[in-house]
Design a protein around this ligand. Structure first.
Ligand code: 5GP
Ligand code: ZN
Length: 110
């Protein structure tokens, strides 16, 4: 998608503090963190949100889930973190490219 900021980051046409990458996903720090650790795990392929993830590609869905766990391990927060994805404007989605917020840190977790 030409004008999608996350597609631009995936194509290295926009800067980001990248913490993890594999064939399916890129993870980078949120520009406006809501927790001591706030990373966005973004699919390299453009999907608007979870609804667009193809039902026939269960392997991709599984790899996404397992990659989020790997990002948490790499960041050293595997002991306690939250994962959240907003699906659609009504849910508060601002960037219409599938991404998962990974949030962790003493101030954030109760
Ligand atoms: P959403 O509400 O769509 O789930 O969350 C979008 C997130 O992307 C927000 O937390 C926002 O701070 C972050 N964000 C928006 N634009 C950029 C950007 O250009 N770079 C980075 N690193 N994060 C961004
Ligand atoms: Zn995109």
């Amino acid at each position: 998608m030409d004008n999608c900021i996350f597609c631009k980051i995936v194509r290295a046409e926009a800067p980001a503090d990248i913490v993890y990458e594999n064939e399916d996903l890129l993870a980078f720090r949120d520009i406006n963190p809501q927790a001591p650790t706030h990373v966005l795990v973004v699919t390299k392929k453009h999907f608007q949100h979870l609804d667009e993830l193809p039902a026939h590609d269960l392997q991709l869905a599984g790899r996404i889930l397992l990659s989020i766990k790997e990002v948490a391990q790499k960041l050293g927060v595997a002991g306690g973190y939250k994962v959240l994805t907003n699906c659609g404007e009504a849910a508060g989605q601002v960037v219409p490219h599938l991404h998962f917020h990974l949030l962790a840190g003493k101030k954030f977790l109760p």
